[in-house]
Write a protein that binds this ligand. Structure first.
Ligand SMILES: *[C@@H]1O[C@H](CO)[C@@H](O)[C@H](O)[C@H]1NC(C)=O
Ligand SMILES: *[C@@H]1O[C@H](CO)[C@@H](O)[C@H](O)[C@H]1NC(C)=O
Ligand SMILES: *[C@@H]1O[C@H](CO)[C@@H](O)[C@H](O)[C@H]1NC(C)=O
Ligand SMILES: *[C@@H]1O[C@H](CO)[C@@H](O)[C@H](O)[C@H]1NC(C)=O
Ligand SMILES: *[C@@H]1O[C@H](CO)[C@@H](O)[C@H](O)[C@H]1NC(C)=O
Length: 450
């Protein structure tokens, strides 16, 4: 009897082990299903303790974005409320968007946390050929995972398909979107704009500020960062100056900083100084609590395989001086067209293209998460929510920092993302040139004509 009992026990134990193994395998399988595919051209936003990612391009070869099937409607988020290892991020998949979306921007309302998708390209999903959606703006309520299209009063139809821009939302719920093009990578003619489009999300009223004496040139593929003073800082990208009937395409110098004052709608140009910072597109920009803008990654303006140097830099927005942080050891990824968000002292970097592994016909894409502690400029392998929020300024609207916490940590997110829009735009111009479009396009840097 004893042996029987032992046999039974062992058998039970073995079965238990098998069941355990199956559970583990099932769990890993489910877990694998729950990891997003590599992508770029997505947009991202912090909503409370969740970092959301909307859409993006999944294709490594569809450089001209002419196949709708690769543009995803997926919504993923990272839960930042508990600790995790950067090798195994806590990914969650939310309900998909009604549209495939790339080259766009998500602005989170500081009033009710709703997310506005503004600009970018909105595709009717599950179609073999490209069909664009007719709604200019989508709104997401993350509490109930609901997407709606608002009724916009006085929408300016010239804003349709607008990309190469980075709209930002201010503390009062007004979204500002400067410049951009309507390129869809098709053979249709491309229009570029030097207007400032404003959507007041409290009244849903749309307005367009047209060019005035201090308006900067047409800018594409820049980053835009709102300072607590209500000044929007535009960094990098391309500029197009119109000479006669031609547009001349150049990269924007990192020492030429355009600013827009949201208090009185005036533009001014700051001349930056300091460390030597190469021009770039496809970079990201986040605002720190010290009023520094940290830019990360990007490539040179006419080659997606050549990284801009240095790949991290810091701009002091009171002295307009650039410096280069002394980054610790580790081979940090040199990404472009990625997402970057600041959560406390953690700069969270996700997705994007890896320029060094890409060619003109292949985009190496990343699905990894990297976290840089911007207090010490060290890469961290594990995320600790207490550490990341310990130094966060508490909501205090009466202080000189007029931004609430949620907005503060939200600023600058997704900065790198729309930028690919214009890079593709330039790629498209070069492509058109190769294909001998009747409109001649000359050598970049001299007289690119569009
Ligand atoms: C861009 O706008 C111009 C002028 O309205 C129009 O002719 C052209 O078809 C548009 N291009 C695309 C790709 O929609
Ligand atoms: C709409 O935008 C275009 C392009 O910037 C501009 O010329 C036009 O004046 C705007 N229309 C209105 C009603 O603001
Ligand atoms: C706009 O505000 C800025 C900063 O307060 C000020 O320097 C500038 O003179 C103002 N411009 C106009 C036209 O009022
Ligand atoms: C990119 O532009 C620079 C000038 O800004 C030029 O020297 C270089 O040859 C260009 N590279 C490519 C790949 O076209
Ligand atoms: C950068 O950090 C390294 C390693 O911590 C150190 O050896 C080096 O002196 C630092 N350089 C500067 C300019 O601070």
């Amino acid at each position: 009897m004893l042996s029987y009992k032992i046999f039974f026990t062992m058998n039970f134990f073995q079965n238990f082990q098998s069941i355990l193994l199956i559970i583990i395998l099932l769990f890993s399988f489910v877990n694998c299903q729950n990891i997003p595919n590599p992508r770029y051209q997505q947009t991202s936003s912090l909503i409370g303790k969740r970092l959301y990612f909307f859409g993006g391009d999944l294709s490594t070869t569809d450089y001209n974005n002419d196949q709708a099937a690769y543009i995803t409607n997926e919504v993923w988020y990272l839960d930042l409320s508990s600790s995790f290892n950067t090798a195994t991020p806590p990914w969650n998949k939310d309900i998909g968007m009604p549209i495939g979306y790339n080259l766009g921007t998500s602005c989170v309302s500081p009033i009710d946390n709703s997310v506005f998708l503004v600009g970018g390209l909105m595709y009717i999903p599950n179609t073999a050929t490209i069909n664009f959606d007719s709604s200019p703006v989508y709104v997401f309520n993350s509490n109930i995972s609901l997407w709606t299209t608002p009724n916009i009063i006085g929408f300016n139809s010239s804003f349709k398909m607008r990309n190469g821009i980075q709209p930002v939302i201010d503390n009062y719920g007004k979204i500002y979107a400067y410049s951009g093009s309507n390129s869809t990578y098709s053979n249709a003619s491309i229009e570029v704009y030097d207007d400032m489009s404003i959507l007041d999300t409290t009244s849903m009223a749309w307005s367009t500020l047209t060019k005035s004496s201090n308006t900067p040139p047409i800018l594409l593929s820049y980053t835009a960062t709102l300072l607590p003073t209500g000044i929007i800082v535009y960094i990098g990208g391309y500029k197009i100056t119109i000479a006669g009937s031609f547009g001349i395409l150049k990269s924007v110098s990192m020492y030429e900083i355009y600013t827009f004052n949201t208090k009185n709608y005036t533009w001014s140009t700051k001349v930056a100084d300091g460390a030597s910072i190469g021009s770039r597109v496809g970079h990201s920009a986040v605002l720190t609590q010290n009023g520094d803008i940290v830019i990360y990654g990007g490539t040179i303006w006419n080659d997606t395989t050549t990284v801009a140097t240095p790949y991290i830099a810091k701009l002091d927005t009171s002295s307009w001086m650039w410096s280069i942080p002394n980054l610790s050891q580790r081979d940090s990824p040199q990404l472009c067209f990625h997402s970057a968000a600041l959560y406390g002292d953690y700069m969270i970097i996700a997705f994007g293209q890896i320029p060094s592994m890409s060619s003109t016909s292949y985009s190496a894409l990343s699905t990894n998460l990297y976290i840089l502690d911007i207090k010490s400029y060290t890469w961290v392998a594990s995320f600790n929510p207490n550490q990341s929020t310990a130094n966060q300024s508490s909501p205090n609207k009466s202080s000189t920092n007029q931004l609430n916490n949620g907005l503060f940590i939200g600023i600058g997110i997704g900065a790198g993302i729309i930028l690919m829009g214009v890079f593709s735009f330039v790629g498209f111009l070069l492509y058109k040139r190769q294909n001998q479009d009747p409109k001649s396009i000359q050598t970049p840097g001299t007289t690119d004509q569009i």
